[in-house]
Design a protein around this ligand. Structure first.
Ligand code: FES
Length: 94
C-alpha cells in the first residue's frame, strides 16, 4: 500500500503516515502518533487538534466545530483525511 502523506506532531519527535483512505486519527493510531479519541464520528471533540500546515478534507458533512474554530485551524482528526503532508499541534500545546 502507498505510504501516503507525512504527518508531523509539532514540538514532538512523532511522525506517522496517512495511507490513502484512512482518517488522520486512524493513521495516528496505526503509526504511533497516539492522538486522543472517543466517539470517532466528529461529535465529542476529544480528538481536536490544530492544523499548522497542510490541507485536510472531511469525510462527513458537518464536523462539530464552529466556523471560528475552523478559521483558527482547529479540526477533528477522526473525520478528516490528509490531502497533503500535515503539521499538527495536540490540544494541550495549541
Ligand atoms: S473522537 Fe470524537 S470528535 Fe473525534
Amino acid at each position: 500500500m502507498a505510504k501516503g502523506f507525512k504527518i508531523t506532531l509539532a514540538g514532538e519527535s512523532s511522525v506517522f503516515w496517512a495511507e490513502p483512505g484512512l482518517t488522520v486519527l486512524r493513521a495516528s493510531l496505526r503509526g504511533g502518533g497516539g492522538l486522543l479519541s472517543s466517539c470517532r464520528n466528529g461529535t465529542c471533540r476529544a480528538c481536536q487538534c490544530r492544523l499548522l500546515e497542510g490541507e485536510i478534507a472531511y469525510v462527513i458533512d458537518w464536523p462539530g466545530l464552529s466556523a471560528e474554530e475552523k478559521a483558527e485551524g482547529w479540526f477533528l482528526p477522526c473525520v478528516a483525511q490528509a490531502r497533503s503532508d500535515l503539521v499538527l499541534l495536540r490540544p494541550t500545546e495549541a
